[in-house]
Design a protein around this ligand. Structure first.
Ligand code: SF4
Length: 495
């Protein structure tokens, strides 16, 4: 999964008639064009996958021509952030409101065909993640995209619904045309006359889905393979083996300030990242060890693998996770992945877990049940507790001494059965389940993927059903059964 920088995402949107704030891209090493927007402007360094741009001074407001020239020269030159692809010079606009929109893949279920999901809110801007109740969720078919009128209809009595419908029609078209995994704009600026335009945007895509004609537009990011750390390459491999949903990490190259708390992050989605960056951007006592994004409907199998990679980060004192807050990834499944990761990693980290979204209560309950069995301290948070409150508790939860354990052994030998996508090996031990009724792993499966044969006393996959990699069968087996079903999720090998 790769991230497209904002200036390229703008090209995709523009092609489908989506209005954008006036902006000109200046490529590194090229001449400064004559048609730059007049100040006030925002300069945004274009670094694919980069987050915390504002906190790192990579987004700058310039109110005069002199400021513009000086800052532009600085951002176009190599700096602590490496070499940006270029700088987007965008006009500052007077907005009377901010909306939010995102399109994501919905992989469907046994009852529902895969398609797209549109998330929309008339309360966009910073902190949208914490206002998940304001998000309207609309499912749509990728084969028959909704029209502006149909979309406007969905917004009932929302003021400005005709403009919203027209805007979203082009937005969804962009998402579908380029087979994107995620397309997000935040904020959508609302102008005095009610018209809408994209102020900031981002896209994620799967390289295999890019058509020949668009190859150049989606050309790989400037960070080359050689520049990547071992853990970043490990996550690339995880994505190759399981492309559904976003798994992204980028390790910080700079050293932490002396005595700072070093926080490994597992941030689920752009909103989670935004909240974290807003909280920690100016702080010297908190050091983010990495940027991360695990979102877009990834399976718990993949969450587990990315988490295992993050837990390997040397020098970390604690891991902080903020759940999606948009209900896109089931939080109970995410909690199952967290529990598995913390008990199977040889280097588990004390954890601060903020679940938000579908089944968040079940997620917190699960962690509460298992916390005392883990080798590290774990604390959960409600979604209304923002990261600024969480960071105040870091010193209570974190540990400067790195915990190293010998985790319980993984199941060995040939699995009872395997699933290819998401990839996982299932082991069933009939001697551990001696009752006559089916073991708890069977009934809990949300996709009826598992069946029990009372005669052979075995559990096997149901033909035609699909495993979504949620890990609930293993949770049920460990908590309500006798450990009769185990799942082995191998990590890819990297040099
Ligand atoms: S088999 Fe297990 S991991 Fe797969 S969908 Fe069913 S409960 Fe989830």
């Amino acid at each position: 999964m790769s991230a497209l920088p904002e200036y390229k995402t703008r090209v995709l949107l523009e092609g489908q008639g989506v209005p954008l704030v006036n902006g000109v891209f200046v490529a590194a090493g090229s001449a400064i064009p004559d048609d730059l927007p007049a100040p006030p402007v925002y300069l945004k360094a274009q670094i694919p996958g980069a987050t915390s741009r504002a906190a790192h001074g990579l987004v700058r407001r310039c109110d005069t021509k002199e400021e513009l020239n000086a800052n532009l020269a600085e951002l176009l030159a190599p700096g602590a952030w490496g070499q940006a692809e270029g700088v987007l010079v965008a006009s500052a606009v007077d907005m009377v409101g901010e909306y939010y929109a995102a399109c994501m893949l919905d992989f469907g279920s046994a009852e529902k065909l895969p398609g797209g999901t549109l998330l929309f809110s008339t309360q966009g801007g910073s902190g949208v993640e914490g206002r998940s109740e304001s998000l309207k969720k609309i499912s749509f078919s990728l084969l028959n995209l909704p029209t502006a009128a149909e979309l406007a209809e969905k917004f009932g009595d929302v003021e400005n619904k005709a403009n919203i419908g027209a805007f979203l029609e082009g937005f969804i078209k962009t998402y579908a045309k380029y087979k994107l995994i995620v397309l997000e704009t935040n904020p959508i600026g609302v102008l005095k006359d009610g018209s809408l335009l994209v102020v900031d945007c981002r896209a994620e895509f799967e390289g295999q889905a890019v058509g020949k004609a668009d190859k150049e537009l989606f050309a790989p990011a400037s960070v080359t393979k050689e520049d990547k750390t071992r853990l970043e390459r490990l996550v690339d491999k995880i994505n190759e083996g399981d492309p559904a949903g976003t798994g992204f990490i980028r390790e910080e190259r700079e050293s932490p300030p002396k005595d700072a708390w070093c926080v490994a992050t597992n941030l689920c989605g752009g909103g989670g990242k935004m909240l974290w960056e807003m909280t920690t951007g100016a702080r010297k006592d908190i050091f983010s060890m990495n940027e991360s994004d695990t979102s877009g409907g990834l399976s718990a199998f993949k969450s587990y693998r990315v988490l295992r990679a993050i837990l390997e980060m040397e020098g970390s004192h604690v891991i902080l996770l903020t759940g999606s807050g948009m209900g896109f990834q089931n939080q109970y499944h995410l909690a199952a992945a967290m529990w598995k990761g913390l008990r199977e990693s040889p280097t588990p980290l004390p954890a601060m877990l903020r679940f938000g979204g579908t089944d968040e209560d079940k997620a917190r309950d699960l962690i509460a049940k298992v916390a005392s069995s883990l080798p590290v301290k774990v604390k959960t948070y409600f979604p209304h507790v923002f990261p600024n409150a969480m960071v105040d508790e870091i010193s209570e939860v974190a540990s400067r001494e790195r915990v190293r354990v010998t985790p319980e052994p993984q199941p060995e030998g040939a699995p009872t059965f395997s699933v290819k996508m998401p990839p996982g090996d299932f082991f069933y031990y009939p001697d551990k389940w001696t009752k006559d009724e089916a073991p708890p792993c069977v009934g809990i499966c949300p996709n009826q993927f598992l069946s029990w044969n009372a005669e052979t006393r075995m559990v096997s996959p149901v033909e035609g059903a699909r495993c979504i990699g949620c890990l609930l069968c293993e949770v049920a087996s460990l908590l309500d059964g006798n450990g009769e079903l185990r799942i082995r999720l191998d990590m890819p090998e990297v040099d």
